[in-house]
Design a protein around this ligand. Structure first.
Ligand SMILES: [Fe+2]
Length: 607
């Protein structure tokens, strides 16, 4: 029997367990080709049902994450709002409401706004309402639409459908997705910009019980970070990481004021948060306070604030519960620099940040919640007590897809190909400082490319950073690239004294001189920290084989690894996406010298 988990907020996703084993997880964005799309994960679900030949009578349960979804969320604003829209939301909606005590309606301000892609629920029945405008009846009505839709889609009775709290899903995902967590008493901390009326939770996963720690306050770390991202002119729902990349360049002289302002806005008291009373909202209050500050200082000061606050909060959790092992989940756990600060603390023995810290994980978490509800915590631990250390859970590339790729007119016209299943030729090409677009095996889950849908190149050649940016990524000049590193070379390239598992690019570390020589292009260019994917034979055998061969030729035990996508598009899912999104002009095609699909290496023909 199959258990299905659904996240239909932004970063919509579906998870499928066959009995108790994960067989498929994918974000809907990969199939719909709209980044962070909200709504029912329609195309990802269709793909999975067909691929695994799942019949309605084989579906044991469908578990939804998040009990209360706003109209605004279903309307896909997290994905579709432009910077101008976010400004309108602040200036025309929140400002008159908060500062002028006026009644304003979101619907009226965004009269002509429509989601760019189908979110599958009928928007005629779901008005565009913000959380402050939603009544319990509105929430119930959306819930009914979700139930009806799932019941029709999967052809199952409504009593097989259940709902679980947003942060509980996140927490259970973080805990159960790695059985190493079971070995010691662990605090699972969640922190995001809000879900089911909560922003943060602490749970202690003891030997026999899970304790939800009562907190009296809301953390606004996520909200503040989002607001500052907008103040700096960047998209507050998807470009927070750019602020983090910029932060190391700021000197203390420029960032100290911002840091101090923010530390006053939100104080840590024990395991709670205390908000500055004068701060009625975040955006306008902070915009005014930052009026005379430099952009880099604002980024640096905000990042400092997050690091200082999180460290203090975790320290207080450690003190109160005598706990040294942590799991950290939720949007804020995407902050790899803050995670580094936590790892560096004496009181932290172990920190686990899973592959998908953001809302994409909720579909998996919902299945874990359902299992704990039905069988209890101890039984759930017995069931999920298996090593599951990779996250290649998405679509696999079929022979037919490879055939279609080979037969595509543009591919035929511009490329020749060779069969290269063991990467003999591909590793050689990489060693010659060529950039290769990789698309093989099952797609990775989470917002990082982990080798199977990646753009790869030699990490010891710094010139390639500019070449990748010029040709494909158009990344901001201050943003670092990451690297995949062979497990046997990890200790030579970076400092990880506590042996923290770093398989998913969710943590960062200081580099060693050898690392700075061998993988200089795959680290932050200013502070030389590395956000690694540690690759072992056990976790990703084929990718391991490729890097190993590359090392044999070059002596470098890693590759620069950046996601296979064009600017602001989701990571490539199927080979056809490369054609649709990369082959936009003759010049664009000429820029792509090498593409690897399934088991074949395509090389551009000389013209
Ligand atoms: Fe969340």
């Amino acid at each position: 029997m199959y258990k299905i988990g659904i996240n239909d907020t932004h970063n919509s996703s579906i998870a499928i367990f066959d009995e108790n084993k994960i067989i498929f997880v994918s974000e809907e964005e990969r199939f719909s080709r709209c980044k962070q799309i909200a709504g029912f994960p329609f195309y990802a679900a269709k793909y999975a049902l067909k691929k695994f030949k799942i019949k309605p009578n084989q579906i044991e349960s469908v578990s939804f994450a998040t009990k209360k979804i706003t109209g605004m969320n279903i309307w896909n604003v997290a994905s579709d709002f432009s910077i101008e829209n976010w400004y309108d939301l602040q200036e025309k909606f929140f400002y008159p409401k908060i500062y002028k005590n006026k009644k304003v309606k979101l619907k009226k301000i965004f009269k002509s706004f429509k989601p760019s892609k189908n979110v599958h629920y009928s928007l005629k029945k779901i008005p565009l309402l913000s959380s402050g405008e939603m009544s319990n009846r509105d929430y119930q009505s959306i819930k009914n639409i979700r139930i009806k839709f799932a019941s029709n889609f999967f052809q199952i009775s409504e009593d097989k459908i259940n709902f679980f709290d947003h942060h509980t899903c996140s927490a259970y995902y973080g805990y159960f997705s790695n059985y190493e967590n079971f070995k010691k008493r662990t605090a699972v901390v969640t922190l995001d910009s809000g879900g089911d009326d909560k922003y943060n939770t602490i749970r202690i996963f003891d030997k026999k019980k899970i304790y939800l720690v009562k907190q009296k306050s809301k953390s606004l770390i996520g909200q503040i970070y989002d607001s500052v991202t907008l103040i700096l002119g960047m998209n507050p729902s998807r470009h927070q990481y750019k602020l983090m990349g910029l932060a190391p360049y700021a000197i203390d002289y420029h960032k100290s004021k911002t840091r101090n302002i923010l530390l006053k806005c939100l104080k840590i008291v024990g395991i709670n948060f205390k908000k500055e009373k004068k701060m009625k909202d975040y955006f306008f209050y902070l915009k005014e306070k930052f009026k005379y500050e430099r952009f880099d200082g604002i980024a640096g000061g905000t990042q400092d604030f997050v690091e200082i606050s999180l460290t203090k909060w975790f320290k207080n959790i450690n003190k109160k519960f005598k706990i040294k092992n942590f799991v950290f989940v939720g949007g804020v756990a995407n902050n790899v620099k803050a995670n580094k600060k936590l790892i560096d603390q004496k009181f932290v023995e172990r920190l686990f940040v899973p592959a998908g810290p953001g809302d994409e994980n909720l579909s998996i978490g919902a299945i874990y919640c359902n299992t704990v509800k039905n069988l209890g915590y101890l039984q759930a631990k017995n069931i999920f007590n298996y090593e599951n250390s990779n996250v290649y859970w998405g679509n696999d590339i079929s022979l037919e897809e490879l055939k279609n790729f080979k037969n595509n007119n543009l591919v035929k016209k511009y490329y020749s190909f060779v069969h290269d299943p063991d990467f003999k030729k591909t590793s050689k090409i990489l060693s010659k400082n060529k950039i290769v677009l990789m698309c093989f095996g099952k797609m990775e889950f989470g917002n990082r490319s982990l080798g199977h849908r990646s753009i790869l190149c030699n990490p010891s050649n710094l010139n390639l950073v500019q070449e990748i940016n010029r040709k494909f990524k158009k990344r901001d000049f201050w943003m670092p690239f990451a690297a995949s590193i062979l497990s046997e070379d990890e200790k030579k390239y970076l400092i990880n004294k506590k042996n923290i598992e770093a398989n998913f690019m969710t943590l960062s570390f200081d580099s060693l001189p050898k690392g700075q020589k061998k993988i200089i292009a795959g680290m932050h260019q200013y502070d030389k920290t590395i956000r690694p994917q540690i690759v072992s034979k056990k976790t990703c055998p084929r990718y391991y084989q490729l890097i190993k061969k590359f090392k044999k030729i070059t002596g470098v035990g890693g590759l620069l690894n950046t996601s296979l996508n064009v600017h602001d598009k989701p990571i490539v899912c199927r080979p056809i996406d490369i054609i649709n999104e990369f082959f936009v002009s003759k010049n664009a095609i000429k820029n792509i010298e090498y593409i690897y699909v399934k088991d074949s290496l395509f090389k551009i023909k000389k013209s």
